[in-house]
Design a protein. Structure first.
Length: 163
């Protein structure tokens, strides 16, 4: 098992689209320059934390094995969640970040970044757990756990017999 913490602002991998330009297909990345800069900063933070966690390994520790990944993303609270008078969290502030970025895009970007460092291919991921929480100011980032799946499969779905 490998567990590590990443400090920084989690950034989602945006969608891409294809367009015909001059009769040739071109892939167009979505997002603004600012979003691209945030994505690059998150990518660097994840890479550095992952490399520090695995040490001097010359290859990913998980190669050709099924893995599970658990990620807790710690998101910044908007300033509107705090009282201007006291600086404390308002009672009306939501408990969970239910706004963008969505967890699947955060997960996709983080998995892509870990590919080649922690595992050889993100297709090896067979089980995921993802959550988004609000962070204390200055504690934005993620906790990431990656481990090989045991030979005994577990699932949240169960199959019931006919009787």
């Amino acid at each position: 098992m490998i567990q590590f913490e990443v400090l920084g602002t989690p950034a989602p991998k945006g969608s891409t689209r294809a367009m015909l330009i001059g009769g040739r297909p071109r892939v167009i990345a979505s997002g603004t320059t600012v979003n691209q800069q945030k994505l690059k900063a998150w990518d660097v933070a994840v890479r550095e934390a992952a490399r520090e966690a695995i040490g001097d390994a010359s290859a990913p520790p998980f190669v050709k094995v099924p893995v599970r990944i658990a990620i807790t993303f710690r998101m910044a609270r908007p300033s509107g969640h705090y009282s201007k008078a006291t600086g404390k969290l308002k009672p009306s502030a939501p408990s969970y970040p239910t706004t963008k970025p969505d967890s699947s895009k955060l997960l996709r970007q983080t998995e892509d970044t870990l590919t080649g460092i922690v595992f050889d291919d993100d297709a090896r991921i067979v089980q995921t757990f993802v959550e988004k929480l609000y962070a204390e100011p200055g504690d934005e980032g993620a906790v990431i756990i990656v481990e090989a799946m045991s030979s005994v499969a577990t699932s949240c779905a169960t199959v019931e017999g006919d009787g």
